[in-house]
Design a binder for this molecule. Structure first.
Ligand SMILES: [Zn+2]
Length: 282
């Protein structure tokens, strides 16, 4: 059987950027905020042809108990094997004042909506989970118990359901909208997926945007999956502005982003999926 065919089965960077602007317009989307709820409602509206589930939970944070909600859509494939495409949609909540965030949260979530549209339009070998994590950002100090609240909860639930061993790959995107796209090599990501990403980017002529530097000691929403033995990769551009100075500041605004960068990452993710299918489909 031939997988991958289907009209409209490619993500569109321009539409992804439009989804970024929509999220920003809701205002800061920290866990429990009205704007976060609006963002989830917006995601729901875009996710056509899938079963959608809101996964609500209470997180124990240094700021007390916080109600959070992951949102995910499942697109059935030809097999039970699972592919997870993920992004966090929350924004950092700080006492010094919130900001909208454009690259951190919205860029990868906007792209994820486009990846979902592409997945819905093609024949998929893998049952594909499109997951929007809440609570990626920490409240006080980043660590195993502060930050990645949503992904830790989601991974634990998959484990409880006995589905973890079915997960073929988890592909996380984070900070992928920077005009000067520069995806780092997260050395903790699964080596086979790093190789796949590198080969996919090269095949599309996008090799120059990938892996010019290493990310060391990086933890992100893929970490709870890696810890459970699931092959996972974080496609992250941790080089946002001079010396990463736009990251977690008010400088993280939409004018720093481009549809072209979102297009590159979207195309590479789809190429990775096609190649994973070719190896697994036999
Ligand atoms: Zn952040």
């Amino acid at each position: 059987m031939l997988f991958g065919c289907g009209k409209g089965s490619a993500p569109d960077g321009k539409l992804a950027l439009r989804h970024v602007r929509k999220q920003v317009a809701f205002g800061p989307r920290y866990p429990g905020s009205a704007a976060a709820k609006q963002a989830r409602a917006y995601f729901r509206k875009q996710l056509v042809g899938a079963e959608i589930e809101a996964q609500e939970f209470t997180a124990v944070t240094p700021a007390g108990l916080v109600r959070m909600a992951n949102l995910f859509a499942v697109y059935p494939g030809a097999t039970d094997e699972i592919l997870i495409l993920a992004s966090h949609y929350d924004t950092k909540h700080l006492a010094i004042g919130d900001w909208d965030s454009a690259n951190d949260g919205p860029s990868s979530s906007g792209l994820l909506l486009e990846l979902a549209r592409a997945i819905a339009a093609r024949h998929n070998l893998f049952t594909t989970y499109i997951v929007f994590f809440d609570g990626e950002e920490c409240y006080v100090k980043w660590g195993p118990r502060d930050g990645t609240y949503g992904s830790r909860y989601f991974a634990a639930q998959l484990e409880k359901q006995g589905l973890l061993e079915l997960v073929k790959a988890m592909i996380l995107t984070d900070l992928v909208g920077d005009k000067t796209l520069n995806i780092g090599r997260d050395i903790k990501s699964s080596p086979e997926l790093l190789k796949l990403a590198e080969e996919s980017a090269a095949a599309l002529g996008y090799g120059g945007y990938f892996f010019k530097y290493d990310c060391r000691g990086l933890e992100d929403d893929h970490t709870p999956f890696l810890e459970r033995g699931v092959p996972a990769i974080d496609l992250i551009d941790f080089d946002y502005g001079p010396n990463n100075s736009y990251w977690h500041t008010k400088k993280d605004t939409v004018d720093k982003l481009s549809a072209g960068s979102l297009q590159v990452v979207g195309d590479v993710v789809m190429e990775m999926i096609t190649r994973l299918e070719a190896v697994s489909g036999k």
